[in-house]
Design a protein around this ligand. Structure first.
Ligand code: DC
Length: 234
């Protein structure tokens, strides 16, 4: 069967990664979480003293960017890739509130995006991938055969994020998380470099009131539609 590229873009904490991961598993594709790559660069900046409060040493980061050793390795226990920084598993660290609060600053930098987009394009060269992020259908793979744009209300996204943090033993108030969700939306959609926007040919999914199972079925339908069309055309 023909292999395709599936781009899943949308707002933060929309459950993109869960649905992208589940779809990849179901159809035997590789799942790539590009947000984890931006988070790992952010963690590098925190660990190496590149932040003074919310100010980032841009010229130092630019010099060091090519040397930051980021990799994603499949974890059979979770069925998704874990992020590694210099060979060390940093999956837990990159999901902290500290990284969440700073990652938007790092992801607005053009040279960071350029370096990570090049890596992502390399990862998807052989197709058979589901990649989630903000600019996958618009910048990384504008030729992706299937593009999904996911959205849900900020309150519902904040509620989901609080629950997720809670299961990891990290407590955060609903208000704090809601504020973070809204700030990230604002930065993600208004930044100069590759702002979050829906690709013209994307299919929109508002999952505010859908269960994970319903989303899964919906996504599978979209995938089968594209595959049958491609099979019919070839
Ligand atoms: O999906 P996430 O919440 O883990 O993403 C973390 C941050 O990285 C988010 O603020 C937006 C940014 N990001 C981006 O700019 N481009 C991507 N392709 C993926 C994430």
């Amino acid at each position: 069967m023909k292999k395709i590229i599936i781009a899943v873009d949308g707002y933060s904490s929309c459950g993109k990664s869960t649905m992208a991961k589940d779809l990849a598993k179901e159809i035997g594709y590789v799942y790539i979480d590009t947000g984890a790559m931006y988070r790992t660069v952010t963690l590098y900046c925190i660990q190496n003293g590149l932040f003074q409060g919310n100010e980032i040493d841009v010229s130092r980061l630019e010099k060091e960017m090519d040397k930051i050793d980021i990799s994603l390795r499949f974890n059979p226990l979770t069925g998704r890739p874990d992020a590694y920084l210099k060979g060390v598993n940093v999956e837990k660290e990159i999901r902290s509130m500290e990284v969440a609060n700073k990652v938007s600053l790092v992801s607005t930098l053009g040279f960071v995006r350029k370096a990570l987009v090049a890596k992502q394009q390399k990862m998807g060269k052989a197709k058979g991938i589901v990649m989630d992020g903000r600019d996958i259908g618009t910048v990384v793979f504008p030729e992706a055969e299937l593009k999904i744009f996911v959205t849900a209300s900020p309150e519902i996204r904040a509620m989901r994020r609080v629950k997720e943090l809670d299961t990891k033993g990290e407590s955060a108030s609903f208000e704090e998380v809601l504020e973070n969700v809204k700030t990230r939306d604002q930065i993600d959609t208004t930044r100069k470099e590759s702002p979050l926007r829906q690709a013209d040919d994307a299919v929109v999914l508002d999952n505010s009131y859908l269960t994970i199972e319903e989303q899964k079925q919906w996504l599978l339908e979209q995938y089968h539609k594209v595959i049958s069309k491609l099979d019919y055309e070839s």
